[in-house]
Design a protein around this ligand. Sequence first.
Ligand code: C2E
Ligand code: CA
Ligand code: CA
Ligand code: CA
Length: 275
Amino acid sequence: AKRRGRNRYTWFETQMEDEMRFRNDLETGIRRGISRGEFVPYYEQQIDLASGELVGFEMLARWRSPQFGLVSPETFIPIAEEIDLISELSESLIRQALKDAREWDPRLTLSVNISPLQLRDPWFAQKLLRMLADSGFPPGRLEIEITESCLLEDINAVRTMVSSLKNQGIRISLDDFGTGYSSLTQLRSLPFDRLKIDRSFVAELASGGVSSSLVKAIISLGRGLALPVTAEGVESPDVLDALRKMGELKGQGYLYGKPEDATTTRERLAQMHLL
Ligand code: C2E
Ligand code: CA
Ligand code: CA
Ligand code: CA
Protein backbone atom coordinates (compact mmCIF):
# COMPACT_ATOMS: atom_id res chain seq x y z
CA ALA A 1 0.00 0.00 0.00
CA LYS A 2 2.87 2.28 0.82
CA ARG A 3 4.44 1.79 -2.58
CA ARG A 4 1.18 2.47 -4.34
CA GLY A 5 0.81 5.67 -2.39
CA ARG A 6 4.22 6.85 -3.48
CA ASN A 7 3.52 5.94 -7.07
CA ARG A 8 0.33 7.89 -7.02
CA TYR A 9 2.15 10.89 -5.59
CA THR A 10 4.65 10.70 -8.43
CA TRP A 11 1.81 10.40 -10.91
CA PHE A 12 0.23 13.58 -9.52
CA GLU A 13 3.56 15.37 -9.72
CA THR A 14 4.06 14.39 -13.33
CA GLN A 15 0.51 15.39 -14.10
CA MET A 16 1.05 18.80 -12.52
CA GLU A 17 4.35 19.28 -14.30
CA ASP A 18 2.66 18.47 -17.60
CA GLU A 19 -0.10 20.93 -16.92
CA MET A 20 2.32 23.66 -15.95
CA ARG A 21 4.37 23.06 -19.06
CA PHE A 22 1.25 23.15 -21.23
CA ARG A 23 0.11 26.34 -19.57
CA ASN A 24 3.55 27.86 -20.09
CA ASP A 25 3.53 26.89 -23.77
CA LEU A 26 0.11 28.52 -24.11
CA GLU A 27 1.34 31.74 -22.52
CA THR A 28 4.42 31.88 -24.71
CA GLY A 29 2.30 31.02 -27.71
CA ILE A 30 -0.19 33.80 -26.98
CA ARG A 31 2.54 36.42 -26.58
CA ARG A 32 4.18 35.33 -29.82
CA GLY A 33 0.84 34.88 -31.58
CA ILE A 34 -0.20 38.46 -30.96
CA SER A 35 2.93 39.85 -32.58
CA ARG A 36 2.63 37.38 -35.46
CA GLY A 37 -0.99 38.16 -36.20
CA GLU A 38 -2.28 34.66 -35.39
CA PHE A 39 -5.44 35.96 -33.68
CA VAL A 40 -8.25 36.49 -36.15
CA PRO A 41 -11.91 37.45 -36.03
CA TYR A 42 -14.57 34.94 -37.02
CA TYR A 43 -18.14 36.06 -37.64
CA GLU A 44 -21.45 34.52 -36.61
CA GLN A 45 -24.64 35.57 -38.39
CA GLN A 46 -27.35 37.35 -36.42
CA ILE A 47 -30.85 36.92 -37.82
CA ASP A 48 -34.22 38.57 -37.43
CA LEU A 49 -36.19 35.45 -36.54
CA ALA A 50 -39.53 36.63 -37.90
CA SER A 51 -38.27 37.52 -41.39
CA GLY A 52 -35.19 35.30 -41.51
CA GLU A 53 -33.22 38.33 -42.61
CA LEU A 54 -29.52 38.75 -41.80
CA VAL A 55 -29.08 41.81 -39.56
CA GLY A 56 -25.42 41.61 -38.57
CA PHE A 57 -22.57 39.56 -37.20
CA GLU A 58 -21.01 38.83 -33.85
CA MET A 59 -17.24 38.77 -33.92
CA LEU A 60 -15.78 35.75 -32.13
CA ALA A 61 -12.04 35.51 -31.62
CA ARG A 62 -10.00 32.54 -32.89
CA TRP A 63 -6.33 31.70 -32.51
CA ARG A 64 -4.67 30.09 -35.53
CA SER A 65 -1.79 28.57 -33.63
CA PRO A 66 0.93 26.73 -35.56
CA GLN A 67 1.42 24.58 -32.45
CA PHE A 68 -2.14 23.98 -31.21
CA GLY A 69 -4.31 24.45 -34.31
CA LEU A 70 -7.49 26.55 -34.20
CA VAL A 71 -7.92 27.44 -30.53
CA SER A 72 -11.21 28.47 -28.90
CA PRO A 73 -11.52 31.77 -27.04
CA GLU A 74 -12.67 29.82 -23.99
CA THR A 75 -9.06 28.62 -23.75
CA PHE A 76 -7.04 31.74 -24.55
CA ILE A 77 -9.21 34.65 -23.32
CA PRO A 78 -8.89 33.73 -19.60
CA ILE A 79 -5.12 33.33 -19.97
CA ALA A 80 -4.77 36.59 -21.88
CA GLU A 81 -6.69 38.24 -19.04
CA GLU A 82 -4.40 36.74 -16.43
CA ILE A 83 -1.17 37.74 -18.14
CA ASP A 84 -2.51 41.21 -18.80
CA LEU A 85 -2.60 40.96 -22.59
CA ILE A 86 -6.37 41.07 -23.04
CA SER A 87 -6.51 44.74 -24.04
CA GLU A 88 -3.78 44.40 -26.63
CA LEU A 89 -5.33 41.23 -28.01
CA SER A 90 -8.85 42.62 -28.08
CA GLU A 91 -7.78 45.88 -29.71
CA SER A 92 -6.01 44.01 -32.48
CA LEU A 93 -9.14 41.90 -33.09
CA ILE A 94 -11.48 44.89 -33.03
CA ARG A 95 -9.27 46.76 -35.50
CA GLN A 96 -9.40 43.82 -37.89
CA ALA A 97 -13.16 43.45 -37.43
CA LEU A 98 -13.87 47.14 -38.06
CA LYS A 99 -11.84 46.94 -41.25
CA ASP A 100 -13.74 43.84 -42.40
CA ALA A 101 -17.14 45.23 -41.43
CA ARG A 102 -16.56 48.48 -43.29
CA GLU A 103 -16.92 46.50 -46.52
CA TRP A 104 -20.31 45.06 -45.55
CA ASP A 105 -23.72 46.47 -46.46
CA PRO A 106 -24.34 49.57 -44.31
CA ARG A 107 -27.45 48.02 -42.78
CA LEU A 108 -25.42 45.28 -41.10
CA THR A 109 -24.25 45.66 -37.51
CA LEU A 110 -21.09 44.38 -35.82
CA SER A 111 -21.12 43.03 -32.25
CA VAL A 112 -17.95 42.54 -30.24
CA ASN A 113 -17.35 40.94 -26.86
CA ILE A 114 -15.51 42.87 -24.19
CA SER A 115 -13.78 41.52 -21.10
CA PRO A 116 -14.73 42.96 -17.68
CA LEU A 117 -11.10 44.03 -17.35
CA GLN A 118 -11.41 46.29 -20.38
CA LEU A 119 -14.48 47.96 -18.94
CA ARG A 120 -12.37 48.92 -15.95
CA ASP A 121 -9.72 50.52 -18.18
CA PRO A 122 -10.45 54.27 -18.01
CA TRP A 123 -8.99 54.71 -21.51
CA PHE A 124 -11.13 52.04 -23.12
CA ALA A 125 -13.82 54.36 -24.48
CA GLN A 126 -11.23 56.71 -25.92
CA LYS A 127 -9.29 53.86 -27.51
CA LEU A 128 -12.43 52.45 -29.05
CA LEU A 129 -13.46 55.81 -30.50
CA ARG A 130 -9.99 56.18 -31.92
CA MET A 131 -10.26 52.79 -33.61
CA LEU A 132 -13.67 53.71 -35.00
CA ALA A 133 -12.34 56.98 -36.36
CA ASP A 134 -9.30 55.26 -37.91
CA SER A 135 -11.46 52.65 -39.60
CA GLY A 136 -14.27 54.90 -40.74
CA PHE A 137 -16.84 52.45 -39.35
CA PRO A 138 -19.87 54.31 -37.95
CA PRO A 139 -20.28 54.00 -34.14
CA GLY A 140 -24.04 53.57 -34.64
CA ARG A 141 -23.46 50.16 -36.22
CA LEU A 142 -21.30 48.87 -33.39
CA GLU A 143 -22.66 46.86 -30.48
CA ILE A 144 -20.57 46.04 -27.43
CA GLU A 145 -21.48 42.85 -25.59
CA ILE A 146 -20.75 42.77 -21.90
CA THR A 147 -21.50 39.77 -19.73
CA GLU A 148 -23.64 39.83 -16.65
CA SER A 149 -20.56 39.10 -14.54
CA CYS A 150 -19.29 42.62 -15.39
CA LEU A 151 -22.02 43.95 -13.15
CA LEU A 152 -20.45 42.22 -10.19
CA GLU A 153 -17.42 44.43 -10.67
CA ASP A 154 -17.33 48.06 -9.76
CA ILE A 155 -20.80 49.05 -10.92
CA ASN A 156 -20.00 52.77 -10.93
CA ALA A 157 -17.01 52.30 -13.20
CA VAL A 158 -19.18 50.23 -15.52
CA ARG A 159 -21.89 52.88 -15.49
CA THR A 160 -19.45 55.66 -16.41
CA MET A 161 -17.98 53.61 -19.23
CA VAL A 162 -21.34 52.53 -20.57
CA SER A 163 -22.65 56.09 -20.68
CA SER A 164 -19.60 57.46 -22.45
CA LEU A 165 -19.88 54.72 -25.08
CA LYS A 166 -23.58 55.38 -25.48
CA ASN A 167 -22.99 59.10 -25.86
CA GLN A 168 -21.06 58.23 -28.99
CA GLY A 169 -23.94 56.19 -30.39
CA ILE A 170 -22.46 52.77 -29.59
CA ARG A 171 -25.03 50.24 -28.37
CA ILE A 172 -24.57 47.96 -25.38
CA SER A 173 -25.92 44.41 -25.02
CA LEU A 174 -26.09 42.40 -21.85
CA ASP A 175 -24.64 39.02 -22.85
CA ASP A 176 -25.31 35.56 -21.39
CA PHE A 177 -28.33 36.93 -19.59
CA GLY A 178 -29.74 34.54 -17.02
CA THR A 179 -26.44 32.93 -16.07
CA GLY A 180 -25.25 35.68 -13.71
CA TYR A 181 -26.65 37.45 -10.74
CA SER A 182 -27.61 40.87 -11.97
CA SER A 183 -30.50 42.37 -10.07
CA LEU A 184 -33.48 44.02 -11.68
CA THR A 185 -32.35 47.27 -10.07
CA GLN A 186 -29.02 47.05 -11.89
CA LEU A 187 -30.77 46.18 -15.11
CA ARG A 188 -32.89 49.27 -14.83
CA SER A 189 -30.09 51.54 -13.71
CA LEU A 190 -27.82 50.77 -16.65
CA PRO A 191 -28.84 51.96 -20.10
CA PHE A 192 -28.59 48.66 -21.96
CA ASP A 193 -29.93 48.38 -25.49
CA ARG A 194 -30.44 44.62 -25.69
CA LEU A 195 -30.59 41.39 -23.71
CA LYS A 196 -28.98 38.24 -25.02
CA ILE A 197 -30.42 35.00 -23.64
CA ASP A 198 -27.70 32.49 -22.91
CA ARG A 199 -27.68 29.48 -25.19
CA SER A 200 -27.90 27.05 -22.27
CA PHE A 201 -31.57 28.07 -21.90
CA VAL A 202 -32.28 28.22 -25.60
CA ALA A 203 -30.83 24.79 -26.38
CA GLU A 204 -33.32 23.07 -24.08
CA LEU A 205 -36.37 24.81 -25.54
CA ALA A 206 -37.19 22.01 -27.93
CA SER A 207 -37.60 19.55 -25.08
CA GLY A 208 -39.97 21.86 -23.21
CA GLY A 209 -39.38 21.83 -19.48
CA VAL A 210 -38.40 24.65 -17.18
CA SER A 211 -36.13 26.50 -19.62
CA SER A 212 -39.20 27.30 -21.69
CA SER A 213 -40.72 29.31 -18.83
CA LEU A 214 -37.35 30.91 -18.19
CA VAL A 215 -36.98 32.07 -21.78
CA LYS A 216 -40.55 33.39 -21.73
CA ALA A 217 -39.82 35.24 -18.50
CA ILE A 218 -36.71 36.87 -19.96
CA ILE A 219 -38.60 37.91 -23.08
CA SER A 220 -41.36 39.53 -21.06
CA LEU A 221 -38.78 41.19 -18.83
CA GLY A 222 -37.22 42.61 -21.98
CA ARG A 223 -40.62 43.80 -23.17
CA GLY A 224 -41.26 45.45 -19.78
CA LEU A 225 -37.97 47.29 -19.94
CA ALA A 226 -38.38 48.05 -23.65
CA LEU A 227 -35.24 46.07 -24.42
CA PRO A 228 -35.02 44.00 -27.59
CA VAL A 229 -33.92 40.40 -27.04
CA THR A 230 -31.55 38.08 -28.92
CA ALA A 231 -31.59 34.33 -28.42
CA GLU A 232 -28.25 32.60 -28.89
CA GLY A 233 -27.64 28.96 -29.67
CA VAL A 234 -30.53 28.47 -32.10
CA GLU A 235 -29.58 25.00 -33.32
CA SER A 236 -32.74 23.40 -34.68
CA PRO A 237 -35.96 24.24 -36.52
CA ASP A 238 -37.90 23.16 -33.41
CA VAL A 239 -36.17 25.74 -31.27
CA LEU A 240 -36.69 28.37 -33.94
CA ASP A 241 -40.41 27.52 -34.03
CA ALA A 242 -40.72 27.78 -30.26
CA LEU A 243 -38.90 31.13 -30.21
CA ARG A 244 -40.99 32.60 -33.01
CA LYS A 245 -44.12 31.88 -31.02
CA MET A 246 -42.71 33.68 -27.99
CA GLY A 247 -42.19 37.08 -29.52
CA GLU A 248 -40.23 39.30 -31.81
CA LEU A 249 -36.68 38.16 -31.46
CA LYS A 250 -33.34 38.17 -33.06
CA GLY A 251 -31.34 34.98 -32.97
CA GLN A 252 -28.08 33.34 -33.85
CA GLY A 253 -26.82 29.80 -33.83
CA TYR A 254 -25.69 26.79 -35.78
CA LEU A 255 -29.05 26.53 -37.55
CA TYR A 256 -27.93 29.60 -39.50
CA GLY A 257 -24.26 28.76 -39.56
CA LYS A 258 -21.12 28.39 -37.52
CA PRO A 259 -18.78 31.34 -37.14
CA GLU A 260 -16.73 31.86 -40.33
CA ASP A 261 -13.55 33.76 -41.12
CA ALA A 262 -13.47 37.13 -42.88
CA THR A 263 -12.98 35.70 -46.37
CA THR A 264 -15.84 33.20 -46.12
CA THR A 265 -18.06 35.88 -44.63
CA ARG A 266 -17.27 38.19 -47.55
CA GLU A 267 -18.11 35.44 -50.05
CA ARG A 268 -21.39 34.80 -48.27
CA LEU A 269 -22.26 38.51 -48.37
CA ALA A 270 -21.28 38.79 -52.02
CA GLN A 271 -23.71 35.97 -52.87
CA MET A 272 -26.44 37.78 -50.95
CA HIS A 273 -25.61 41.09 -52.67
CA LEU A 274 -24.76 42.57 -49.29
CA LEU A 275 -21.26 43.84 -50.02
P1 C2E B 1 -20.49 34.06 -26.31
O1 C2E B 1 -20.32 35.52 -26.51
O2 C2E B 1 -21.66 33.63 -25.50
O3 C2E B 1 -20.53 33.46 -27.78
C1 C2E B 1 -21.33 32.40 -28.16
C2 C2E B 1 -20.56 31.12 -28.25
O4 C2E B 1 -21.46 30.06 -28.57
C3 C2E B 1 -19.52 31.09 -29.35
O5 C2E B 1 -18.46 30.23 -28.91
C4 C2E B 1 -20.25 30.45 -30.50
O6 C2E B 1 -19.41 29.84 -31.45
C5 C2E B 1 -21.10 29.43 -29.79
N1 C2E B 1 -22.34 29.13 -30.49
C6 C2E B 1 -23.03 29.93 -31.30
N2 C2E B 1 -24.12 29.35 -31.76
C7 C2E B 1 -24.14 28.11 -31.22
C8 C2E B 1 -25.05 27.00 -31.31
O7 C2E B 1 -26.08 27.03 -32.02
N3 C2E B 1 -24.75 25.90 -30.59
C9 C2E B 1 -23.63 25.82 -29.83
N4 C2E B 1 -23.40 24.70 -29.16
N5 C2E B 1 -22.77 26.85 -29.71
C10 C2E B 1 -23.02 27.98 -30.40
P2 C2E B 1 -16.96 30.70 -29.03
O8 C2E B 1 -16.74 31.37 -30.33
O9 C2E B 1 -16.12 29.53 -28.67
O10 C2E B 1 -16.82 31.83 -27.93
C11 C2E B 1 -16.89 31.51 -26.56
C12 C2E B 1 -16.91 32.75 -25.71
O11 C2E B 1 -15.64 33.42 -25.78
C13 C2E B 1 -17.91 33.79 -26.16
O12 C2E B 1 -19.17 33.42 -25.65
C14 C2E B 1 -17.36 35.06 -25.56
O13 C2E B 1 -17.79 35.22 -24.22
C15 C2E B 1 -15.85 34.79 -25.54
N6 C2E B 1 -15.21 35.58 -26.61
C16 C2E B 1 -15.14 35.34 -27.94
N7 C2E B 1 -14.45 36.29 -28.58
C17 C2E B 1 -14.06 37.20 -27.64
C18 C2E B 1 -13.31 38.44 -27.66
O14 C2E B 1 -12.86 38.92 -28.70
N8 C2E B 1 -13.13 39.06 -26.45
C19 C2E B 1 -13.63 38.57 -25.28
N9 C2E B 1 -13.40 39.24 -24.14
N10 C2E B 1 -14.34 37.42 -25.23
C20 C2E B 1 -14.55 36.74 -26.38
CA1 CA C 1 -21.32 37.35 -26.97
CA1 CA D 1 -23.47 34.98 -25.19
CA1 CA E 1 -22.12 32.21 -23.61
